[in-house]
Ligand binder design. Structure first.
Ligand code: B12
Length: 211
């Protein structure tokens, strides 16, 4: 079996083929998918971000690293989602308007599915009205918002205000996340839940449905 540590370099250098190969081999050898994710893949994306900040990497490098990350995630997430069966509740998820980052959001969506939730994924760059329309369809929906940019995280507040204006706030729990988001920010904008990673997001969603 190829060393799973090779996944870190494959993502860092944007080698999607190698990322998929190492992932396939590691899964065949029963390596825990969350170990691959937390030990190699997320640290690689963090390093990509660091290099971008230092002007060592530019947008093309970000894009090819993201493509390699996705190639690996496509193989991993079905394994991570295998656990759950019955519906634990309904979640509408999306990345807020102006923001195109979807790797973390997709991961949260897959983990929620694995946790037994029915997940409606609205994609990226989602305007507040679209979230409102999707939430309207069923009472008791959890709304999960993702943002990766300090310039777009403020859209989360806009979405919460739109949900309030539509008279849906009492029936809707809102959870938020993404690299710049903190518990303090969640409190500040009146979100009901926050987590900084995909597995904790499932626990948060469970807690919100049990209230
Ligand atoms: C890959 C990447 C891109 C890719 C995105 C590809 C894609 N399909 O997603 C591309 C190239 C498109 C991109 C573009 C840009 N990017 Co970018 N990008 C990144 C990078 C390197 C990795 C993000 C990532 O995927 N991380 C891995 C995932 C797994 O982590 P995550 O998203 O944080 O998600 C986890 C948690 O946050 C949480 N979570 C996430 N969402 C949610 C939701 C809920 C409800 C919950 C509970 C939890 C949760 O769980 C997830 C899993 O554990 C980050 C650096 C970084 N380390 O974050 C920069 C970064 C986010 N980008 C940045 C910038 C500046 C940009 C651009 C403006 C660059 C430019 N000049 O064009 C554009 C903006 C485009 C746009 N309008 O959105 C900056 C943001 C700076 C800031 N303070 O706002 C960062 C931080 C890089 C940096 N260090 O400067 N980017």
């Amino acid at each position: 079996m190829a060393d799973p540590a090779g996944l870190y370099d494959a993502i860092l250098t944007g080698n999607a083929k190698q990322a998929a190969e190492v992932t396939t081999e590691a899964l065949a050898a029963n390596v825990d998918p969350s170990e691959l994710l937390n030990k190699y893949m997320i640290p690689a994306m963090d390093e990509v971000g660091r290099r971008f900040e230092c002007n060592e990497y530019f947008v093309p490098e970000l894009l090819i690293a993201a493509r390699a990350m996705k190639a690996s995630l496509e193989l991993l997430t079905p394994k991570m989602a295998e656990a759950g069966t019955e519906s634990a509740g309904r979640v509408v998820i999306g990345t807020v308007k102006g923001d195109l980052h979807d790797i973390g959001k997709n991961l949260v969506a897959s983990m929620l599915e694995g946790g037994g939730f029915e997940v409606i994924d609205l994609g990226v760059d989602v305007p507040a009205e679209k979230f409102v329309d999707a939430v309207k369809e069923k009472d008791g929906t959890i709304l999960a918002l993702s943002a990766l940019l300090t310039t777009t995280m403020t859209m989360m507040k806009t979405v919460i205000e739109a949900i309030e204006a539509a008279g849906l706030r009492q029936k809707t729990k809102v959870m938020i996340g993404g690299a710049p988001i903190t518990q303090e920010y969640a409190n500040e904008i009146g979100a009901d839940g926050y987590s900084d990673n995909a597995s904790a997001a499932v626990a948060v969603a469970r807690k919100l449905t049990s209230k």
